[in-house]
Design a protein around this ligand. Structure first.
Ligand code: NAP
Length: 511
């Protein structure tokens, strides 16, 4: 596939300069659910940003599919509004006009008539805009419709690529509700699209810092010798959010924190932190190593001591009083959905035997932060007395995924002065300070990767099924427990989560 250089790209740029992002070849994208929250906030702005950075082909065509009776102009107005509200790059009229030229709306429910209209539109675009039969179908719709959309794509012939063209499908989480439903979903999708044409979005994998885990581990000599059970005491993977769930009952009630975050984002982070070095930095090699480590991962038992779950109650977020989950609009007043989940996992390998991996996530916690802390064992011998090292903890390498992306190393240092006193200090690398280049937004990176057929950052069906296999016993155990423990909004989760670590002589980091 050769990429066509759009006319707003610097013609002097060398086409084979690998340091520059590649430009997608002739193609278009259909968004199902284009009127939804995800499309409006993330997908449409990301597509504009890609166009603005000169990474989309000249004839790029965006087709929105939905139930509105919209004209082309109505759709353009809608997309423009979403772009102006959400794009990260500057709004430039001439870039917008080019994108708008290729913006089309097809009205339809997920029925035959709608898909027949869609098929006719795409055929027309292939000739008028030069999309060359290359289409990505973005399923930004509730998961209950994945099967209908796949079926209609197959029936209408849209799923089938020609000899020199491609068809790809992009699926959003949740990928099932447990291992069984994930398997069923994979069967439905794989009956229509071959696995290499399926791109499952875990937007965390599109974040620069997440990709930097691999650079940190495998481009350096410094970390790998320590990256094992001889030196690592434990690993904490945290995704904390300060927002509540007002307005998200439809999606969240009955799903909960573990399914929403641990099954996908946190288990993927675990795989990247723990996997062996891939033979090459190539999709199949990366995926093979991730699968190996996921196969070796399981919960630590007994689950009443090694897991914790909670549900936020009324409290304070900053200086604002906030309500509890059960009072949030749309939630069942008796809801047993957890908004906080923590678990202990283990990896059965020589490298990680005996090292607990603590994963936690929650809503309405103290602050918004995602980080991975690799916490090292204490030095086997200390020449300093206890009083000389009262504020000395354990060494740690902390990868901050968001906000303020970076890497922090925590180690002991002498406090200046005549007395010998050793205290923890932080050595902090910040992306924003170290690089002038701006990180692309995760969705930008991932959408471009789909168009470029670069699957490294997308979990495979096997990875998805394995992560459910890890989580399912915990979910089954919790399902039998009734209401989760309460925790006040604005705190760091239920007391049971603190006890979970205290039992092992450890504490959660306060990020
Ligand atoms: P949403 O706001 O509820 O939007 C759903 C979209 O699907 C709307 O455009 C809706 O069209 C369309 N739709 C529903 N039933 C339809 C039907 N029968 N025929 C045609 N269109 C239909 O959902 P969302 O938040 O955008 O989420 C979309 C997907 O992304 C879901 O799978 C979700 O789990 C996933 N996701 C979302 C986020 C997020 O931040 N929002 C994050 C991660 C994953 P109408 O406007 O006509 O109702």
């Amino acid at each position: 596939m050769t990429a066509t250089t759009p006319d707003w790209v610097n013609p002097l740029r060398a086409a084979d300069d690998k340091r520059l992002p590649q430009i997608a070849g002739p193609s278009g994208m259909v968004i199902f659910g284009v009127t939804g929250d995800l499309a409006r906030r993330k997908l449409l702005p990301a597509i504009y940003d890609l166009a603005n950075r000169g990474l989309l082909p000249a004839g790029f065509t965006l087709v929105g599919f939905g139930r509105r009776t919209w004209s082309k102009q109505d759709f353009e107005d809608y997309v423009r509004e979403a772009v102006e509200a959400g794009a990260r790059t500057k709004f430039r009229e001439h870039v917008w006009e080019r994108l708008a030229e290729g913006a089309h709306f097809v009205e339809g429910n997920f029925d035959e008539a709608g898909f027949d209209r869609l098929a006719a539109t795409l055929a027309e675009m292939d000739t008028t805009r030069g999309t060359a039969g290359n289409w990505a179908f973005y399923l930004s719709v509730p998961p209950d419709y994945f099967s209908d959309v796949c079926h209609q794509l197959q029936r209408s012939g849209l799923a089938e690529a020609g000899e020199d063209s491609w068809r790809r499908v992009i699926i959003e989480k949740p990928f099932g509700h447990d291992q069984e439903t994930a398997r069923e979903l994979n069967q439905v999708v794989n009956a229509v699209f071959p696995e290499k044409a399926v791109f499952r979005i875990d937007h965390y994998l599109g974040k620069e810092t997440v990709q930097n885990i691999l650079a940190l581990r495998f481009a350096n000599q410094l970390f790998d010798p320590l990256w094992n059970s001889h030196y690592v005491d434990h690993v904490q993977i945290t995704m904390a959010e300060d927002i509540g769930l007002g307005g998200r009952a439809g999606y969240y009630d009955g799903i909960g924190a573990a399914r929403d975050v641990i099954q996908n984002h946190l288990i993927q982070l675990l795989a990247l932190i723990a996997m062996e070095e891939p033979v090459a930095f190539e999709p199949t090699e990366l995926q093979a190593e991730k699968v190996k480590v996921l196969r070796a991962t399981s919960p630590v038992y007994p689950l009443n001591k090694t897991t914790a779950r909670g549900q936020y109650t009324a409290g304070w977020q900053g200086s604002q009083p906030v309500i509890g989950l059960r009072e949030e609009e749309g939630f069942d007043p008796e809801s047993t959905t957890e908004t906080y989940a923590a678990c202990t996992l283990q990896i059965h390998s020589r490298r990680w035997a005996g090292v607990p991996f603590y994963l936690r996530t929650g809503k309405r916690l103290g602050r918004r932060v995602t980080e991975i802390a690799v916490v090292f064992k204490e030095a086997p011998h200390q020449p300093f007395t206890q009083s000389q090292r009262t504020s000395l903890g354990q060494n740690a390498v902390v990868i901050r995924v968001q906000p303020d992306e970076g890497v922090l190393m925590r180690f002991g240092s002498k406090v200046p002065g005549s007395a010998m006193e050793v205290r923890d200090v932080n050595m902090d690398f910040s992306y924003a300070e170290a690089f002038t280049e701006e990180s692309p937004e995760a969705y930008e990176r991932l959408i471009l990767d789909v168009l470029l057929d670069e699957p490294s950052l997308f979990p495979t069906n096997e990875e998805v099924e394995l992560s459910w296999e890890i989580l399912d016993p915990i979910l089954d155990y919790w399902a039998a427990q009734g209401r989760p423990d309460g925790y006040r909004a604005g705190t760091w989760g239920p007391a049971s989560a603190d006890r979970m670590l205290e039992r092992t002589g450890r504490t959660w980091r306060r990020p």
